[in-house]
Design a protein around this ligand. Sequence first.
Ligand SMILES: *Cc1c(COP(=O)(O)O)cnc(C)c1O
Length: 371
Amino acid sequence: MVDTKTQYQKIKDQVDTGIHKVLDSAAYINGTPVREFAKNLSLYLNVNHTITCANGTDALQIAMMALGLEAGDEVITPSFTYVATTEVVALLKLKPVFVEVDKATFNIDPVAIEAAITPRTKAIVPVHLYGQAANMEEIMAIASRHNLFVIEDNAQAIGCNYTLSNGTVKKTGTMGTIGTTSFYPSKNLGAYGDGGAIFTNDDVLAEKLQMIANHGQKVRYYHEMVGCNSRLDSMQAAVLNVKLKYLDEYITARQKAAAFYDNAFASVENITVPKTAHFTNHVYHQYTILVEGVDRDELSKYLSSVQIPSMIYYPVPAHRQKMFAAFGGSDYNLPVTDWLTERVISLPMHTELDEEQLQYVADHVLKFINK
Ligand SMILES: *Cc1c(COP(=O)(O)O)cnc(C)c1O
């Protein structure tokens, strides 16, 4: 699905130099690269504060901890997402409320959000799934009408541009109360290990997020609140500092690969290629198609038999996970989400795909479909 090895070969000298600098400095934790990376990422995203942490799941947890939510408070999230988004809600004794997504974009449906709001609702967690933005302008309007926090789960869409109706362009992860992301190796901005970050424009919140990520302390050994231990290490930051410089190039490479697939599948009735909403561009963390009238799992098996990886993101939506049985998961009626989980399949998508590889994938998908 990804080819981080070839990608590394192209930036090896810079990455190795960065890592060796960390080794020589012996500042493995909280070294200069961590502060540099936070600063560089803030500049790239045009956001006031970037707080680095250990992974994208911690980023979500720390974000929710900083908002002062109380046990039983409701947090609205899509059911069609990676487990981390919804898991941290339950972990913090908050109540996840699962809502429907839009059939065309796979992203949380603002109408469904508004319908799910109760007096206990405190926050909305939109996920910019597969690499395109959820409808942030409408979500922010709903949040402001009902006085709710918004945490953008931007783990799959770092670098994505959102165009507001007044023409202003913003990066995803910088429009909500807080944004979060992950630097898991296969993410669009991937480290060579785990990593994550939290974004906000709010100075007070930024200080609190920083403290929570560091055992609730600002001054060493004076702990003002219950926090956790969540750090990005210096070597990962050194890697990320190099890769951030190439993020826009990486995004372009993904978009080119997506355009190739789009073109190859354009007139195929059984395939629906990804659609991009008018207010966002697409950074293609995944290239996910919908297949109908063909056995999706057989297609996946066939591709695998010709050495083409494919993935089903996600075979089981949150509301159908055992994990959430206590939250009445099975009582939810989310037909679009269920419909999507039965039809989605993600094809290889990364920065190193050449035309020959793309053609090979497309040919075999078509061969199976036309057989
Ligand atoms: C990857 C991912 C996360 C979690 O990130 P980790 O670094 O693996 O903890 C959270 N949300 C979404 C949507 C993701 O894709």
